[in-house]
Design a protein around this ligand. Structure first.
Ligand code: GLV
Ligand code: MN
Ligand code: MN
Length: 399
């Protein structure tokens, strides 16, 4: 399975993945998922929001145990964020069948669409729509960098954008959702306590969001405009990036400007507009709001000195997620007391947790690198992840 997925959407120059929602690479990933489903004689379902499901047992029976993740990527993402969960789900199911386990509940594997939000700027679109956390009008207004709207992109990929919307009936059929994911930090690799821990269980997801900062100045000639006559938004932007780092550090939070757009983007022109996207995360919502507020204030104050107008738009927000304690304890027990750790990364599991008992398994990442082609996990650890997931599915669905 890993070999089949490896070439899909990989940029041969960077070796990073560019599997964006509703593109040709996404279509190929989806075809792979459907083929894996059919090869195992599972029942294939495509839901109204473009999420794919593979069912063992009756999809309508209720109290289903669902596992899975996503196949899309960030720009130049790694191979594991998302696909490890989907591949491990199929492998864990194979393992259960090989053992002759008899599920007494329906089991399903899901591939949620557009988890990373790389193309339309909003993460977890497939699960948010399903859970009623994103309404149809807002989804229809999403646009990519080329101005293509989400409905246009869906239509071009052969899906019906009019069908999207909440799917409470589908969620009501799920008794538990477990997402396996590569760890996106090094907590499991911290072997200072001498434990060999390839797998952990998630406790919580930090609240996080995305804010667009528009710095409006005045485009002008780089060679003839006196410094005192300039209204250069690049200066305000640069100072805001530094302020963000400082505010985050003092608050024990995270703040990152990882995406920027400049107009007119010429070497010999002072920029007229700089657009920077802030991703910020913190252990609690109060801290997050305070950090973002301080960054905004710093931007506005600096803008006044630079003659630059600053506008801030919140593009997305995900509240803190505390995973269901009993399910989390049940998993940790089934796996013999593995570490329980929080994460700063967003996941479909976080979205679903508002409607369904949800848990996550993390697989050790020796470098902690993620959202980069350097993301990696050892084969033995991946297999330990599959074994753990099989154990969990058996514990949840076979008794
Ligand atoms: C998703 O991976 C996110 O945390 O941004
Ligand atoms: Mn990710
Ligand atoms: Mn992910």
């Amino acid at each position: 399975m890993w070999r089949d997925l490896a070439p899909i959407g990989r940029n041969t120059t960077t070796n990073g993945y560019r599997r964006y929602a509703w593109t040709a690479a996404d279509t190929d990933c989806r075809a792979w998922f459907q083929a894996q489903t059919e090869a195992r004689g599972l029942t294939y379902e495509l839901d109204r929001n473009g999420n794919q499901w593979a069912w063992l047992g009756d999809p309508t029976a209720g109290d289903a145990v669902v596992t899975g993740s996503h196949l899309d990527s960030v720009p130049d993402g790694g191979a594991f964020d998302g696909p490890l969960g989907v591949v491990s789900s199929f492998a864990a199911l194979d393992e259960l069948r090989a053992r002759g386990a008899h599920p007494t509940k329906p089991l399903a594997i899901v591939n949620f669409g557009d988890e990373e939000g790389a193309r339309f700027g909003l993460a977890c679109v497939g699960s948010r729509l399903t859970a009623g956390q994103l309404d149809k009008d807002r989804a229809h207004a999403l646009r990519d960098a080329d101005g293509v709207t989400l409905p246009q992109a869906m239509e071009r990929a052969g899906y019906d954008p009019e069908a999207i919307g909440p799917d409470p009936e589908r969620l009501a059929r799920i008794g538990a959702f477990v997402e396996l994911h590569i760890e996106q930090g090094r907590a499991l690799d911290d072997t200072t306590d001498g434990k060999d821990t390839p797998v952990g269980v998630a406790s919580a997801i930090w609240p996080h969001g995305r804010w667009r900062f528009d710095f409006h100045g005045e485009a002008n000639h780089a060679g003839t405009t006196r410094l005192e006559d300039r209204r250069d938004p690049m200066l305000t932007y640069a100072n805001t990036v530094l302020a963000a780092r400082k505010k985050a550090r003092t608050a024990g939070a995270l703040a990152t400007f990882g995406k920027v757009g400049v107009e007119p983007n010429g070497v010999n022109a002072i920029a007229g507009l700089v657009r920077g996207w802030l991703d910020s995360r913190a252990p609690d919502e109060e801290t997050l709001a305070a950090v973002v507020g301080e960054i905004e204030r710093a931007a506005v104050e600096r803008g006044q000195r630079d003659g630059v107008d600053v506008r801030v738009t919140r593009e997305s927000f995900t509240p803190v997620v505390e995973f269901a304690h009993d399910l989390r304890d049940q998993l940790s027990g089934l796996l013999g007391g593995v570490p329980v750790l929080p994460t700063g990364a967003g996941h479909d599991a976080g979205i679903l947790s508002a409607s369904v008992p949800t848990a996550m398994l993390f697989v050790r990442n020796p470098t902690g690198v993620s959202h980069s082609p350097a993301e990696t996990a050892g084969e033995d650890d991946c297999l330990a992840g599959v074994a753990a997931l099989a154990q969990v599915l058996e514990g949840l669905a076979c008794h």
